[in-house]
Design a protein around this ligand. Structure first.
Ligand SMILES: Cc1cc2nc3c(=O)[nH]c(=O)nc-3n(C[C@H](O)[C@H](O)[C@H](O)COP(=O)(O)O)c2cc1C
Length: 308
């Protein structure tokens, strides 16, 4: 059976919040969505409702966690399951200094045994699927054999889905932003992992910005994850349901998406929210079309005055 994660939208801090996800769901009913990364201490000590709440229409939805302690990750996994998430994903791909200092994120690629223990602890705690998002390597540990060893060991902890950001990360010297463009993409590593581990689901990620590329990867892999392109040009997803999920319902047009968002924005404002927190995600809706600039201007000026 084909994977339900055939097309997924990458976790992105500051972008894939619940408002953006609500908006995307109006464009694709099937694309698998991810939250921003939520770090374990925030979830244990912070405002859980704010960190975990989502609209029921956002399903299927995965919570991404950042952490490296099996016991507290298991506790967070329990919370995520109670909250109704469809997947719990562990971030082994973030190279930021802050994250590395906290000993989680991409630096854990050097310690696959610990990642396996984290996955195992979460698996024991919940029945929700546990997945891992990682790089193809870090620093000088970037040979295919290193990646293959990582996948073998983490799979032995019970991970059945690997989301591979197909470039390595430099842990020193370059920013997280540069780490998303400077190290070259090597999707062939994801394809080789699928060949060598046919029983696990492999999703590849990095630089994919059109549905023909998605189709090409799906010839071999179980899924494709799209990040920046989905944020910059969200209507790209309008073709996803028909092309990759066999859903014959035509997608909403751009004006229909906007019409459906208005009551949502009104509800958020009535609950004390701020319109621009939602509309800031909509700038790309008309990307590449005549009038795109006027749309962006209208969003900034009129919403600034709250006249939605
Ligand atoms: C603004 C921004 C924030 C990101 N935040 C996260 C995050 O919280 N967790 C994570 O695993 N990856 C994060 N990423 C990386 C993306 O999930 C993805 O792996 C990366 O952008 C490559 O995919 P793309 O080329 O399709 O954008 C972030 C990327 C961007 C652009």
């Amino acid at each position: 059976m084909p994977s339900l994660r055939r097309v997924s939208i990458a976790p992105m801090m500051g972008r894939t919040d619940r408002h953006f996800r609500y908006f995307l769901r109006l464009i694709s009913r099937h694309a698998w969505l991810y939250t921003e990364m939520v770090v374990v201490p925030a979830l244990l000590r912070g405002d859980r409702k704010r960190l975990l709440d989502f609209d029921p229409t956002e399903h299927p939805l995965a919570l991404q966690l950042g952490g490296s302690d099996p016991a507290t990750l298991a506790e967070c996994a329990r919370m995520a399951e109670q909250w109704g998430y469809d997947e719990i994903n562990l971030n082994i791909g973030c190279p930021s200094n802050r994250v590395t200092a906290g000993r989680f994120g991409a630096c854990l690629m050097a310690d696959p045994d610990l990642v396996a223990r984290c996955v195992e602890a979460m698996r024991r705690a919940v029945s929700t699927p546990i997945t891992v998002k990682h790089r193809i390597g870090i620093d000088d540990m970037d040979r295919y054999e290193d990646l293959s060893r990582f996948v073998r060991i983490v799979a032995s902890g019970g991970c059945e889905v690997f989301i591979i950001h197909a470039r390595k990360a430099w842990l020193q010297g370059i920013s997280p932003r540069k780490n998303r463009s400077v190290p070259p993409l090597r999707h062939e590593f994801s394809h080789a992992i699928k060949r060598d581990f046919p029983h696990v689901e492999i999703v590849t990620n990095g630089g994919i910005d059109n549905l023909d590329s998605v189709a090409m990867h799906l010839g071999t892999l179980d899924g494709v994850m799209i990040g920046r392109a989905a944020y910059e040009d969200p209507y790209l997803l309008a073709g996803v349901d028909q092309r990759f999920y066999g859903d014959t319902t035509p997608p909403l047009s751009r004006p229909e998406v906007w019409e459906r968002l208005i009551p949502y924005i009104e509800r958020q404002i009535a609950g004390g929210g701020i319109a621009s927190r939602i509309t800031r995600h909509l700038f790309g809706l008309y990307r590449g079309l005549p009038g795109a600039r006027a749309w962006r201007q209208r969003l900034s000026s009129e919403v600034g005055r709250r006249a939605i």
